[in-house]
Design a protein around this ligand. Structure first.
Ligand code: NAD
Length: 446
C-alpha cells in the first residue's frame, strides 16, 4: 500500500508540496486553518500565482473531471490524524513583531492540534524553516501529547524550493535533507522521495540540529552573496567602476560562480530577510552570536540599497519628489511570483510616496497583493499606463515583460525620459538609443 500523506499549511510551500506528492503517486490530504484557501484549492484553484502549480493541482484534486482524485482538502484535524502515515508540517514561521526572532506560534499551534489526535503510528515531518533546537523540543511535545506515544516520531526535512520554480524544485529538488533519529524515519522518507532519489537527487541524512541549520545556513550564504555584490556596487560607484563587468569577471571563477551576482536593490520576500534575522537571534541565545555578526552587515547593506534607490530617484528628479510622477515597474519581491512580502520594490515605492511623490505601480501578477499591503499607492493596469506622464521610471522587479518593453514606444508616453534600473537587467544600449537616460546601481552613467 502506498503511504498516505498529509500536508498541514497550504501556502506557497504546502500547496506545492501537496500537489507534488499527489503527482508522485501518493494519496494526499491537506489542511489549512484559512477556509478561503481550502475552498479555492478544493476547486483546483491556487490562491497565489506560481507557474505550473494550478495545472499540477487540477490533475489531482478529487472531484475534478479527469483528475487522479489523489488530492483532497479539509479543515478537520481528526480527519488528518486518522488519514496520514506521514504528516508534513508546512506552516509559516514569520519574524516576531518588534524582534529578530522567529515567531514559532503557528508551528506550535499545528503540533498542539495534531499531536493529541495521533492514535496510530505516524511520522510527523517538519518542513517549515525553524530556529535550530526546535525539532528537539517538538519531538518531546509529540511524545508527551500523542496517544500512540513512541509510535509517533518526528523528522525535520527543510525545504529549498524557490518561488517561481516551486513545482520544478519540489518534483526535482537539488538535494533532500532529512533530520532523523531512527532508521524507520529515514526509510519512510526514502519511500516518500523514492522518485527524485532514483533520478539522482542526493539524499542527505543528518541529526535534527544539522538539518535545521542546513536551511538557515544556505539562506545566510545566499543573502551574503547578494549583499557582497551590492557592496561591490557601492565601491564601484564611488570609484567610477562598473559592477556588472566586475560580476561577470569574478563569476567566471567557478569557486565563486556567476549566480546571485547581479547588483541591484537587494533581496526581500518571505524568507531571506526573516531567516537571517532569526538565525542571528538564535545564535545569540546559544551564545554564538559573534559567529553571525557579519549577517548584521549583510542585512544592513541590503536594506541600504532600498534607500539608495530612493536617493537615486530623488536626484534624477532634481532634488525632490513633491508633485513629481514616478512610475514603478514591479511590486513583487521577485519575478514569476505574486508574493509581495518584504518586497524591495514596494518598499521603495512606499518611501517615495511618503516623500510626496505620485507613485504609480504596475506588476504582472502582484497587483492584488500590493494593493492589500499598500492601498495608498497608485496602480495602473499596464506598464504603459504606469509610464504615461511619468517624470522618472523605476525598474524594480526583473519580470521578463519589462525586459521586452519597447523603450521607443514608452518614450512617447513619459514626461521625463529617465529610467533607473534597480535590477540591472534592462538593455541599457536599447533604452539609450530610444532617447532615455539610463542609470543603474554601481554602473557609470553613459
Ligand atoms: N515560500 C517559500 O519560497 C519557502 C521556501 C522554503 C521554505 N519556506 C518556509 O516554509 C514555511 C511556509 O512558508 P510559506 O511561504 O508557504 O508560508 P505561507 O504563509 O504562504 O503559508 C503558510 C500557511 O500555513 C497556514 N497555517 C498557519 N498556521 C496554521 C496551523 N496552525 N495549522 C494549519 N495551517 C496553518 C496559513 O494559513 C498559510 O496558508 C516557512 O517556514 C518558510 O520559511 C518557504
Amino acid at each position: 500500500m502506498p503511504l498516505k500523506l498529509t500536508v498541514i499549511g497550504t501556502g506557497y510551500l504546502g500547496a506545492t508540496h501537496a500537489a507534488a506528492m499527489a503527482e508522485l503517486g501518493f494519496d494526499v490530504l491537506a489542511l489549512d486553518i484559512d477556509p478561503r484557501k481550502i475552498e479555492l484549492l478544493a476547486q483546483g484553484r491556487v490562491p497565489m500565482f506560481e507557474p505550473g502549480l494550478e495545472d499540477m493541482l487540477a490533475r489531482h484534486v478529487a472531484g475534478i473531471e479527469g483528475s487522479s482524485g489523489r488530492l483532497r482538502f479539509t479543515m478537520s484535524w481528526e480527519e488528518v490524524a486518522d488519514f496520514g502515515d506521514v504528516h508534513f508540517v508546512c506552516v509559516n514561521t514569520p519574524q516576531k513583531q518588534g524582534e529578530y526572532a522567529c515567531d514559532m506560534s503557528y508551528v506550535e499551534s499545528a503540533f498542539g492540534q495534531l499531536a493529541p489526535l495521533l492514535r496510530r503510528p505516524a511520522l510527523v515531518v517538519g518542513k517549515s524553516t525553524v530556529p535550530v533546537g526546535s525539532a528537539e523540543r517538538l519531538a518531546e511535545t509529540l511524545t508527551a501529547l500523542a496517544p500512540a506515544g513512541e509510535d509517533v516520531e518526528l523528522a525535520w526535512n527543510p525545504e529549498f524550493l524557490r518561488e517561481g520554480f516551486a513545482v520544478q524544485d519540489t518534483l526535482h529538488p537539488d538535494r533532500i535533507v532529512v533530520g532523523v533519529r531512527s532508521e524507520r524515519a529515514e526509510n519512510l522518507l526514502r519511500e516518500v522521495y523514492a522518485t527524485p532519489v532514483a533520478e539522482g537527487t542526493p539524499f542527505v541524512v543528518a541529526d535534527y540540529p544539522t538539518a535545521e541549520l542546513v536551511k538557515t545556513a544556505a539562506n545566510a550564504f545566499l543573502a551574503t552573496k547578494i549583499s557582497f555584490i551590492n557592496a561591490m556596487a557601492e565601491v564601484s560607484e564611488a570609484a567610477g567602476g562598473d559592477v556588472a563587468v566586475l560580476a561577470e569577471a569574478i563569476g567566471y571563477d567557478d569557486r565563486i560562480g556567476a549566480k546571485f551576482l547581479r547588483a541591484g536593490i537587494g533581496f526581500g520576500g518571505g524568507c531571506l530577510p526573516k531567516d537571517i534575522r532569526a538565525f542571528m537571534a538564535r545564535a545569540g541565545e546559544l551564545g554564538a552570536d559573534q559567529a553571525l555578526t557579519f549577517l548584521r552587515e549583510v542585512d544592513s547593506t541590503n536594506m541600504r540599497r532600498r534607500t539608495q534607490m530612493v536617493d537615486m530617484a530623488r536626484e534624477a528628479l532634481g532634488g525632490g519628489f513633491l508633485g513629481r510622477r514616478v512610475a514603478v515597474l514591479g511590486a513583487t519581491f521577485k519575478p514569476d511570483s505574486d508574493d509581495v512580502r518584504d518586497s524591495p520594490a514596494l518598499n521603495v515605492a512606499g518611501q517615495i510616496h511618503l516623500q510626496g511623490g505620485q507613485v504609480t505601480v504596475y506588476d504582472p501578477k502582484g497587483m492584488e497583493n500590493a494593493r492589500l499591503h499598500f492601498p495608498t499607492l497608485g496602480y495602473a493596469p499596464s506598464a504603459q499606463d504606469a509610464v504615461r506622464g511619468a517624470d522618472v521610471v523605476l525598474h524594480l522587479t526583473e519580470w521578463r515583460e519589462f525586459r521586452e518593453l519597447d523603450p521607443a514606444a514608452l518614450a512617447e508616453l513619459a514626461r521625463g525620459l529617465v529610467v533607473l534600473d534597480g535590477r540591472n537587467t534592462l538593455d541599457a544600449a536599447l533604452w539609450r538609443k530610444a532617447g532615455w537616460t539610463y542609470r543603474a546601481m554601481g554602473r557609470p552613467n553613459a
